[in-house]
Design a protein around this ligand. Structure first.
Ligand code: PHE
Length: 340
């Protein structure tokens, strides 16, 4: 019996030493000291021992129980400390560490322009409409009064998809779509992508953006055109902006003009932005040609109107003093970041 107790103690201590989790220690407690545990069993069996043996074995068994109990609680404490240490290490917060900066993106400068253009024209009663980027030759050229031999129709200028379909070279075909489907009064703007077979350089890109404007009603005059575009220029570029109209030619407007604005940087004295002239060329415009109205089923005796088309890329470059159109399409964040 003595030997057995010694052996139990030895084994118990060993196992407790080796245990490396609270769960294992609890299992060992049950194994040795639980109701059916090995030490408990010996203490229960004391009745069967002789009078002489009982106190000796009893004492020894009690000592073994105490030793195992102590060893268990020490080991338990150790395990709890280890667990706490692991937990503390896991949850450590180094308050000296630099924070992770969340970079907030910005609306692309071209989209910023479109937003402010829409705001300006909507406040003047215009509606925003869109047309497809793949357009019929009819809408892109024929209906717009472009002569059959007009150079802009050339393969070298226009991307043809089939004989009858092109990537639109301007937003003007949206005028046709609107006029074919609605009777005056009409007051719309239409921003969107356009495509021309140009070699990219600082001022050309095969894909660019235009914003078209169209107003058709009774008694619309060149004065309305000038007034509307003058308000637009002042709202977009600043109140001091002056506008100037130069005669020009477009097949679908008569008369036609190009509008310049006084240079917002030098105020007209001449600088690098206006290339010394004091003026910046901004857009094309004119009174809608009667042929175009009639083609779309609008009575050109009763109605008249004006149209304008501006390069969104161009006016954005002018506004922000950007000298290369390609910057808009490279999406270099160092460039885009400036437009916060
Ligand atoms: N579509 C013309 C261009 O691309 C611009 C324009 C639009 C001119 C409307 C007059 C009226 O150059």
């Amino acid at each position: 019996m003595k030997e057995q107790l010694k052996e139990i103690k030895q084994r118990g201590m060993n196992e407790i030493q080796k245990a490396d989790s609270l769960k294992e220690l609890e299992d060992l407690r049950v194994k040795y000291l639980g109701k059916k545990g090995e030490v408990t069993r010996i203490l229960r069996g004391m009745g069967k021992l002789s009078k002489e043996e009982r106190p000796i074995i009893g004492e020894l068994a009690n000592v073994v129980r105490e030793e195992i109990t102590n060893a268990l609680s020490e080991a338990k404490e150790r395990q709890e400390e280890i667990a706490l240490e692991i937990q503390l290490k896991d949850e450590i917060i180094d308050i000296t560490m630099p924070g992770v900066k969340k970079e907030v993106g910005v609306l692309h400068p071209l989209n910023q322009s479109v937003e402010s253009l829409e705001e300006i024209f909507i406040s003047m009663g215009f509606k925003v409409v869109e047309g497809p980027e793949i357009e019929t030759v009819e809408n892109n050229f024929d209906a717009l009064n472009a002569p059959k031999n007009h150079p802009s129709r050339d393969l070298s200028d226009t991307f043809y998809i089939t004989e009858d379909l092109v990537l639109r070279t301007q937003t003007s075909p949206v005028q046709i779509r609107v006029m074919k489907n609605a009777q005056p009064p009409i007051r719309v703007i239409s921003p969107g992508r356009c495509f021309r077979n140009d070699t990219p350089d600082a001022t050309h890109s095969p894909m660019f953006h235009q914003l078209e404007g169209l107003v058709i009603d009774e008694n619309i005059t060149l004065g309305d055109l000038k007034g509307t575009l003058d308000v637009f220029a002042k709202r977009f570029f600043g109140d001091d902006t002056k506008t100037k109209f130069r005669p020009h030619h477009f097949p679908f407007t008569e008369p036609s003009a190009e509008m310049d604005i006084s240079c917002f940087k030098c105020g007209g004295i001449g600088c690098n932005i206006c290339k010394g002239s004091g003026w910046i060329e901004l857009l094309g415009a004119g009174m809608v040609h009667p042929n175009v109205l009639e083609y779309c089923g609008i009575d050109s005796e009763k109605y008249s109107g004006f149209a304008f088309g501006m390069g969104i890329d161009r006016i954005t470059m002018a506004k922000h003093d950007i000298d290369d159109i390609r910057l808009f399409f490279e999406n270099d964040r160092r460039f885009l970041k400036q437009f916060k």
